[in-house]
Design a protein around this ligand. Structure first.
Ligand code: GLP
Length: 240
């Protein structure tokens, strides 16, 4: 695992964007795995700027990590809406090439199985972007997730639902379930690139990088990966 500690939050965002840019320029038909969450918002703004300055995503295929069960793509708090508003509306990706699990599928289990097949048919993920939850989750693989799990339905912990509450209207309960790529699905990516910023992530980052390999911290599975890069600002690196 390569850990890059950047002086500032902005430097961590720019470094992560550069790594994605290098990948897309060297392989215009790259298969990118994408993540959501507050951490990714400035990164997607930076990628949109790079697009305006000439970086094309026209040949890129994307697969997002996860989606809430029960939300249709046009629900304002769905990850479909998040991706559309924060990235896809600002770059030249072909909408047919941008994949997320369907949270409103009639059979969410079948949707999860089909999602893994779609990733395989696309040739697998070249670069998987990841955030980290305060409890060490990646995607929505909460603590105790099997380290070789595949895309499936997961029950969200109370702390994760609370962390994501700001995305939902007041009085609306965040969903209890999500379809998420499994830890094994994530580890299949050729390169895993995890971005964590801010002091609230410091304990989870320390557990991921220096803690024991354990399902108690699903992100620690990245210790097994042949090519994992972790980009941090100083606040997120504070407990290393
Ligand atoms: C959600 C997402 C994760 C993300 C995490 C951290 O739970 N499913 O992919 O890494 O939130 O989000 P944030 O960046 O808002 O802290």
């Amino acid at each position: 695992m390569k850990v890059l500690i950047c002086e500032t939050h902005e430097a961590a965002i720019n470094r992560t964007a550069e790594l994605i840019e290098t990948q897309v320029r060297s392989r215009p038909r790259t298969v990118l795995g994408l993540a959501t969450g507050g951490t990714m918002e400035p990164l997607y703004r930076r990628l949109s700027e790079l697009h305006r300055a000439s970086l094309s995503f026209a040949g890129v295929v994307t697969f997002n990590l996860d989606e809430y069960v029960g939300l249709s793509p046009d629900h304002p708090a769905s990850y479909h809406s998040y991706m559309q508003e924060r990235l896809f509306d600002h770059i030249d990706i072909d909408p047919q090439n941008a994949h997320l699990p369907r949270g409103d599928a009639a059979d969410p289990r079948a949707e999860a199985d089909a999602y893994d097949r779609r990733i395989e048919e696309a040739g697998g993920i070249d670069l998987q972007l990841l955030g980290i939850g305060r409890n060490g989750h990646i995607g929505f693989n909460e603590p105790t997730s099997s380290l070789n799990s595949r895309t499936r339905i997961k029950t969200l912990t109370r702390s994760t639902r609370e962390a994501n509450r700001p995305y939902f209207d007041a009085g609306t309960e965040p969903p209890a379930y999500a379809i998420t790529m499994g830890v094994g699905t994530i580890l299949d990516a050729k390169h895993c690139l995890l971005l964590a910023t801010g002091a609230s992530k410091a304990p989870a980052v320390a557990a991921m990088v220096e803690g024991p390999l354990s399902a108690a911290c699903p992100a620690s599975a990245l210790q097994l990966h042949r090519k994992a890069t972790v980009v941090l600002d100083q606040a997120a690196a504070a407990e290393l």
